[in-house]
Design a binder for this molecule. Sequence first.
Ligand code: DGU
Ligand code: CA
Ligand code: CA
Length: 217
Amino acid sequence: MSSSSENLSSVGASYSGMSNYGKSETITSTIVVDSGKTYDGKGITIIASGMGDGSQAENQEPIFKLKEGATLKNVIIASPGCDGVHVYGNNTVDNVTWEDVGEDALTVKGSSSADAGTINISNCTASAATDKLFQCNAPCKVYFSNIKANDIGKFVRQNGGTSYKCEWYINNCTIDKVKDSIARTDSKSTKCYYKNLTVTNCTTWWKFPSSSQVSTY
Ligand code: DGU
Ligand code: CA
Ligand code: CA
């Protein structure tokens, strides 16, 4: 894939030819990806059992926990989405589908108030999020690219009432049917940059203290 037209036509996840595509695995506890390691599901579908009902209830278990520097790729997360994926810093999330987002799809947890570093989230598809997809609970830089989202509350949300800095880079994303906003923060220092962003059925794109915090790049 090199040309931009190929990239544009392939927004979202894709599993064709992968060896575990069509297979599923039921889990009863969080899959922990250790620091610096990669979990490659090769197209597998993960079904959580007894870890939460995928509602808006807090404290459901995450399906995956990515320790510092870990990578998650080539996975389909089936319903119930529970608390999605928790990342602790400098992580890569590639080619993941959330078929029915639970409380949220992915949370940047960081460690206490320390900066969680850079998170790359690319080639993903997410549907049916009552509230947010991506939740940032620590300072971080997040690069979102080639993400297709449908029927969501918010695309990205910084934890309400917090004032630390997040930087969000949204590139080549297609987002349809948004109840609240594309990005929302209460922090005056957070910045959002976007390009090649296609949004349909969304009244308010940005909820920031100042419109100067959002720009194209
Ligand atoms: O008091 O901090 O829903 O991380 C509110 C909580 C809430 C978070 C958030 C999350 O905002 O738990 O999923
Ligand atoms: Ca849902
Ligand atoms: Ca959550």
